[in-house]
Design a protein around this ligand. Structure first.
Ligand code: ADP
Ligand code: ZN
Ligand code: ZN
Length: 842
């Protein structure tokens, strides 16, 4: 990057100004610091700098006693702060802005809508490599210390100097350790004043672009005579001669630079051979920065749409024409993705860019492979499993708005990228709750933010789903969005037949083998006989969520959280899914010592184990959080399943979303009841979505699929609606409930969570907060109430819920809430309590 060169030029400007800088301070910048304080901070700059600095550039600024932060310039101005003396900036870190003006506007919206600081948004947006690390370092100066001067030093000062004899530099923290004191600024300042030490701010850029080694002929050897001479010299070194010959054959008719690796392969020689030639000054190596996220260059034409897709596409264009967001409600495997492809092509033809949002990175593997076929290197991907460096590269590509990077694919946080020229936003699987960030701030919903983003850019936006969220569907009925429907699967494959299996009855009649009903087992056998594949869904990972004592009835609990530990047989461990606390599986009850421990409930591991016993000849795979860690975790499993190296894939909700496997004819749900009974106002809507989505993985390509849902409750209205593919009944019934109980989409929710280690403190704090809220909002306030898991990582959580009518002014309400929060914080006793505001806590 250019940063180092900027350092040098800028540093000279800074050094010349920093000490003699007493006269008029006329120029200032407001900056965003990556901290959760709401306001902007003002620093002073000189005229030279004022001419150079633009909003969106990074500057290093001092903050507090010894910290240096990376800040983003928000504005350059000439108004002096009234209440404090503006400090000087430390360094300018960019030559050109890395954050765009549009982003700053968008960040502002997120910060005010979701009630968080701009610093929170900045932190969520920038790849961490952009936010430099800093530690103040001190080192010994050149000034000598004579023995009579030594006597005048205090003990602390002396100890620090002595330590610096042995170590070239110390951080403030280290000094504090050596002196065994918190306050170490006094001796350091004194030593600075005496000139024995100097401060050094060590700021280091973490980002290192990947360099690729290339090889070329040294000057002079490109002439024929020189070459013949050269080959003679080399005639005794056969390998080297081959390398030179291979170089020329690679070079022939090719203007491209030649990679050292490429040459090694072509000539079939080792690196040592090339090195020898470099030493003989025949060749030289050079390096070019390359892109970590390079894609292939071959493309194929997009698919010819079927009549239903054509019609839908035309309707989408009509919705776009009247400048409305469009909801595409298309059943699973109706070919929504192929329609998006057409929309992207149209936008590209206009020279504009597309943002393609996905709910989860598990999905990107397949989608990238699909889209790469059409758009090759126009695609840029941004996701959290990418390394820091890859993320910086993606950021730069989007920022520079070049030909590579016109189609930006990513999960939630990619709405925060530095877009330019955005023409289209696609939110795929718009109903997914993973679009909402819960922790930390900004607690934004990427779909909702994307709507605002699209508006800001005058871009079209399409939300797609087979099972739209109640919000989005509601918006179509209110005329806010256009609705386009796609009711048929591609190839006119029929929707899968969904059967409910009553396992209460199966248990009674002893037709269960482990967690499998006879129907399920038979169906698996049939699918396998037809050389088809099976997906089994169980929404819990691990072996079993509860280990209970048969004698005293105690379940093994997490010491830090109010939940029982989950048994993971694979690692023979008991693990907390909230805080990751883990102990070895116990052989006796921790309370009474009885060896009679039972497992209760079941997770994916247990299903996997039962399957290996039931079908010893089949290959069983498992896809859940435990098997998909690491960058290529998902990819390995998905590819293995695609290539039929796995017959039965067991997994949690992560395999329900948008995956497209051609050979799956059977999908089994082992137990639907835990979904339905989840304590959340959205549990029914979510169950419908999850079950319909997982069912949608069956029979996607040519043959009608089959879905079996095991349940104790086959008459549950949601299961009935799932099995009859009746989205509209589900929608109407749920909307009615939301209306009665004042939940979204007819009301707006804001959840306030108070957190502290002390149970009583949380209680009194929450009561105070709720009472103050009631004074303003009356019976719109619910709680305070402890959630089902009230203690997490040794902190008690207590919730207060605000249900506000949709037409109530949000900005006024938020102002009132912030005012209450401020008064709360000014009570000394309450100050240590963490208050978390979550807007649209869907
Ligand atoms: P959805 O996104 O609606 O779930 P997909 O776009 O994944 O559906 O389509 C399901 C399958 O059908 C995919 O394998 C896709 O390639 C194929 N498909 C969809 N439309 C077409 C078409 N017009 N021509 C050929 N294949 C298609
Ligand atoms: Zn016991
Ligand atoms: Zn825990």
């Amino acid at each position: 990057m250019l940063i180092t060169s900027v350092f040098n030029t800028i540093e000279s400007i800074l050094n010349s100004s920093s000490n003699t800088y007493i006269c008029l301070v006329r120029y200032f910048i407001d900056v965003i610091l990556p901290i959760p304080l709401i306001k902007l901070f003002t620093y002073s700059i000189n005229e030279e700098e004022a001419k150079f600095i633009l909003p969106g550039m990074r500057v290093a600024v001092p903050f507090g006693k010894s910290k240096i932060y990376t800040a983003i310039v928000h504005s350059v101005h000439e108004s002096k702060p009234e209440t404090y003396e503006a400090k000087e900036i430390h360094q300018i870190l960019d030559e050109t802005p890395i954050v765009t003006q549009e982003q700053l506007t968008f960040w502002q919206w997120i910060s005010s809508y979701y009630m968080c600081s701009l610093g929170d948004v900045m932190r969520a947006s920038l790849p961490s490599a952009f936010i430099l690390e800093s530690e103040t370092l001190i080192s010994r100066s050149k000034k000598e210390l004579s023995s009579d001067q030594e006597i005048t030093l205090t003990d602390d000062e002396f100890v620090v100097l002595e330590a610096l004899e042995n170590q070239s530099a110390l951080t403030i923290t280290e000094v504090s350790k050596i002196l065994n004191k918190k306050q170490v600024l006094k001796p350091i300042k004194a030593l600075l004043g005496l000139g024995y030490i100097q401060l050094r701010e060590e700021i280091y850029e973490q980002y290192k672009p990947k360099l690729v080694k290339y090889i070329k002929l040294k000057e002079g050897y490109d002439k024929e005579e020189a070459l013949i001479e050269l080959l003679e010299i080399l005639s005794r070194a056969q390998k080297q001669k081959e390398a030179v010959m291979a170089f020329f054959s690679l070079k022939a008719g090719n203007e491209q630079p030649i990679k050292a690796k490429e040459l090694e392969e072509r000539a079939n020689v080792s690196t040592a051979v090339l090195k020898a030639l470099v030493e003989k000054e025949v060749f030289e190596f050079y390096y070019i920065q390359t892109d970590r996220n390079q894609f292939l260059n071959e493309t194929e034409n997009s698919k010819i749409l079927n009549e239903h897709q054509e019609k839908a596409l035309e309707e989408i264009r009509q919705v776009f024409a009247i400048e409305k967001p469009c909801l595409l409600h298309g059943v699973t495997a109706s070919g929504k993705t192929e329609i998006y492809v057409k929309l992207i092509e149209e936008v590209l033809a206009k020279g504009k860019n597309t943002l393609y949002l996905l709910p989860e990175i598990a999905l990107t593997t397949q989608l990238i492979a699909r889209l790469k076929n059409y758009f090759a290197d126009k695609i840029v991907v941004f996701h959290s499993k990418y390394s820091v460096n890859e993320r910086v590269e993606s950021w730069q590509k989007v920022l520079q708005n070049t030909n590579t990077g016109q189609v930006i694919i990513g999960a939630r946080s990619s709405v925060l990228l530095p877009f330019a020229n955005l023409g289209l936003v696609i939110v795929d699987e718009e109903h997914e709750q993973s679009f909402k960030q819960f922790d930390p701030a900004p607690r934004y919903h990427a779909r909702d933010a994307a709507l605002v983003l699209a508006k800001q850019f005058n871009a079209h936006i399409i939300l797609g789903s087979a099972t739209p969220s109640l919000e989005s569907y509601y918006n179509t009925t209110k005329g806010k969005y256009g609705l386009v429907e796609l009711k048929y699967r591609h190839n006119n494959v029929l929707m899968p037949a969904i059967e409910l299996v009553d396992i209460k009855d199966k248990h009674k009649r002893k037709r269960m083998t482990g967690h499998f009903s006879d129907v399920m087992l038979k169906a698996i056998h049939e699918a396998i006989e037809n050389k088809e594949q099976v997906i089994l869904f169980q929404n819990r990972r691990g072996y079993s969520p509860i280990v209970e004592c048969g004698t005293c009835g105690e379940a093994t609990q997490c010491p830090n959280c109010d939940v029982s530990l989950t048994y993971h047989q694979y690692r023979n461990e008991l693990r907390c899914h909230y805080c990751s606390y883990a102990i070895a599986m116990q052989h006796a009850c921790l309370s009474c010592g009885s060896p009679e421990l039972d497992t209760k409930g079941f997770g994916t591991e247990q299903i996997e184990k039962e399957l290996t016993e039931l079908f010893p000849d089949l290959k069983i795979g498992r896809m859940d959080l435990d098997t998909t860690r690491g960058k290529y975790g998902y990819q390995k499993i998905i590819t293995a399943f695609e290539q039929h190296e796995i017959d039965i894939l067991v997994g949690t909700q992560m395999l329900t979303k948008g995956l497209d496997f051609k050979n799956v004819s059977l999908v089994g749900v082992l137990n639907a009841d835990s979904l339905l009974n989840f304590p959340d106002f959205r549990a029914h809507e979510r169950s419908y979505q999850l079950l319909s989505q997982v069912a949608g993985r069956a029979g996607r390509f040519d043959k009608k699929g089959r879905v079996l849902i095991q349940t104790f409750n086959p008459f549950h209205q949601i299961l009935q609606q799932v099995s009859s593919h009746d989205y509209l009944s589900m929608y109407k019934e749920q909307l009615e409930q939301r209306y009665i109980y004042k939940y979204p989409p007819t009301n707006r929710l804001l959840k306030i969570t108070l957190r502290h280690r002390d149970y009583n403190k949380v209680n009194t704090g929450a009561d105070w907060f709720a009472t103050s809220l009631r004074n303003v909002f009356g019976n719109q306030v619910l709680g305070p109430e402890f959630p089902p898991v009230s203690r997490i990582r040794n902190e008690y959580h207590k919730h207060i819920l605000l249900k506000m009518p949709i037409n109530q002014s949000m900005s006024k309400s938020k102002k009132a809430i912030l005012k209450i929060q401020n008064s709360f914080m000014s009570v000394k006793d309450f100050r240590p309590i963490r208050v978390v505001l979550n807007v649209d806590n869907y």
